[in-house]
Design a binder for this molecule. Sequence first.
Ligand code: SF4
Length: 242
Amino acid sequence: MMKIKRVIYNNKLFTVVLLTYIVLTALIPGKAVQAFQNSLYYVKEMLMIMPVILLLTSLITAWVPRKAIEDNFGKGSGIKGSILSFLLGSFSAGPIYAAFPVCKALLAKGASISNIVVILSTWAVIKVPMLVNEAKFLSPKFMIIRWILTTISIFLLGFIMSKMIKKEDLPQEKSNDHEEKGGIHLSQEYCIGCGLCAKIAPDYFELINKRAIVKNAFIKDGEEIIVRDVIGKCPAKVISTT
Ligand code: SF4
């Protein structure tokens, strides 16, 4: 019974959706079929897009040095950071939900709130493929004026958001999704819970609720090779060291 309760608790959103479907099927079966078909369409779309996005976020997490992200997208990156964020969002492809894991990985590596707002906003409303279609259907003049006004608004929004929201306010920091203590870093949200790290290096990693955590981040002399072995073998590539 406890196990079922825990499964439900850990999958609250899925449970609510499932219950909604059950109620809908009982009350309005026609709408339930329609809703199911719509959901299926989006699930298929996500299955095509998300593997690429998760690969990209794993690469950012595992291979891009924190300093590179801090220099180019961090608080001190200034106008360069704003422009790079704008370009990243503008030349992206895919729906907006694909931007969230990428932004989360960038945030965890030191990107600033204002630059994350710029990436998300440009990705959502002025990415290049969208502008091309907009010019085709609503005229180039419409597209250019909207682009200028939206761009100004995006930078303003980034500035205002950075004053209102601090990194400490974000849930992943509070929930310790990103395990980062001293020398070993572990992006817990992308861990697939295979348990390999805890098996190879039980002094450094532990599996709790099917997610690895860093038990001890400070690598003892002579044990670097064990940690390097874990980094190389982690299938999700979510572990790194500084
Ligand atoms: S080896 Fe990687 S994916 Fe597997 S449990 Fe450890 S951190 Fe998670």
